[in-house]
Design a protein around this ligand. Structure first.
Ligand code: ADP
Length: 192
């Protein structure tokens, strides 16, 4: 394994594009000595986004769980609010909102390379839910969304960026989004 040249896949989501944060988000990766090796704005299809997010029961239930734990913390009754309290059923609904959200505007896709790029980028992005993300992270600094607010508005949590969770996921996502096109570059920076 080459930890120094690890690659990860990033997408700037519709809210990141619409909040004029494209430059800021890229800057945060570059500041940390991570290298941009592919970069493109594009409009995803519903099918592409549907295939991007996992479909297994455990992943879907985890989405619902994020809503349930937020509801528990703030004393919201999931049955009153959403008409259900099963994590998998809530997750299925959230996944649909997620596909709608991710196809609502052009996105920016990137491949970023560097030392432990996958974990570094996740650290710079902050945890999934902006209401819990630390200050100094992209999600903590530029969003205040939470499932309690988002789900009451029948939409996914807007958290500015997507970043792969593991090197294996990164490899899969880079293939899914860039395919075999020769748009991933190998070059030396002045600082290399
Ligand atoms: P991450 O993007 O940090 O890897 P997940 O893979 O768990 O997070 O979730 C995918 C995306 O779904 C999140 O980035 C967020 O936009 C949205 N999301 C996650 N959980 C919820 C939820 N409970 N309610 C609404 N949207 C959610």
């Amino acid at each position: 394994m080459n930890f120094k040249e690890e690659k990860t896949y990033i997408m700037i989501k519709p809210d990141g594009v619409k909040k004029r944060l494209i430059g800021e988000i890229i800057t945060r990766f570059e500041q940390r000595d991570l290298k941009v090796i592919a970069l493109e704005m594009f409009q995803p299809t519903t099918k592409q986004i549907d295939e991007h997010y996992p479909k297994d029961k455990a992943w879907i239930a985890r989405l619902g769980q994020k809503t349930l734990s937020t509801y528990e913390k703030y004393g919201v009754d999931p049955v009153k609010e959403l008409g259900m309290d099963n994590d998998y059923e809530i997750g299925k609904m959230v996944r649909k909102w997620l596909v709608d959200y991710m196809t609502s505007a052009p996105l920016v896709r990137m491949v970023i390379q560097g030392v432990h790029a996958v974990d570094m980028v996740r650290k710079i992005c902050g945890v999934t839910l902006p209401n819990l993300a630390d200050m100094g992270t992209i999600r903590g600094d530029y969003s205040a969304d939470s499932p309690a607010v988002a789900n009451s508005e029948r939409r996914a949590v807007m958290n500015l960026v997507h970043a792969s969770e593991t090197p294996q996921e990164a490899e899969h996502e880079i293939k899914h989004w860039f395919g075999t096109r020769k748009v991933i570059f190998d070059y030396e920076r002045f600082t290399d």
